[in-house]
Structure formats: C-alpha cells, structure tokens
Design a protein around this ligand. Sequence first.
Ligand code: 5GP
Length: 120
Amino acid sequence: ALADSGAPTIFDKIIAKEIPVDVVYEDDVCLAFRDISKLAPTHVLVIPKVRGNLTSLSKAEESDKDTLGHCLVVANKVAKQENLGEGYRVVVNVGPNGCQSVYHLHLHVIGGVQLTWPPG
Ligand code: 5GP
C-alpha cells in the first residue's frame, strides 16, 4: 500500500537502460518488457517512456488520451506477439487500494494460462 510521492521510479532507470530488462516491444511512445516477478507464463508491463503527470491512472487528463490509447493498442500487439489468442488480461493497478507499487503508469499484460475472476 504505497502512496504516490511523485518521486522518480525504477522505471526511469529501465527507460534509460541503466537497469536491464527483457524488452518485448518498443516505439517512440512506450516500452514493453517482462515483469521481473511474473504471475503467469506471459507477464509484460507496458509503460509510457515519458511519465509526466502519469504517476498513476488516477492522474490521467484529457491531454493523456493519445498516450493511454497508444499503450492499450501496444498491449494488444504484445498479446499477439505472445500468442495469447485464447485471451489475456490487461490490468492497471491504481493507488494503495489497487496495490500499485510503482508510480509510473503501467499496464500489466497477463496470459498464457486460464485466468480466474474475480480478483482478490
Ligand atoms: P504494480 O504493483 O505497481 O502494479 O506493478 C509493478 C510491477 O513492476 C510489479 O509486478 C513488479 O514485479 C515490477 N517490477 C518492479 N521492479 C522491476 C524491475 O526492476 N524490473 C522488472 N522487469 N519489473 C519490475
């Protein structure tokens, strides 16, 4: 249950290539890489390269629409690349109650196994 301090996060170091990650997709707007602690056979994080105000989805503004839409389209590109044709899940954890631990907006793309619902 971490709060949003607005401080730089580990994802800045990942974007700067100071911390190595397994990149699965990259373009001008976003980076997609494998989660270090995977919860399913495919567990990829899609993040905007420029965080700006987007520490969390709770900070989203009208001006973020293109970035947010782009990240969603990339999530589906990643899913196709990972052969998740049987389905997958995109999750955005928001704030302490949403179990967000890194305050740089990110989409979890999870799949490769039958998932369960509802979450805890
Ligand atoms: P959240 O809990 O904020 O929704 O998701 C943050 C995710 O970032 C977690 O699933 C965590 O495993 C992942 N993560 C944190 N630090 C690193 C790292 O240094 N490398 C990678 N690849 N993933 C990380």
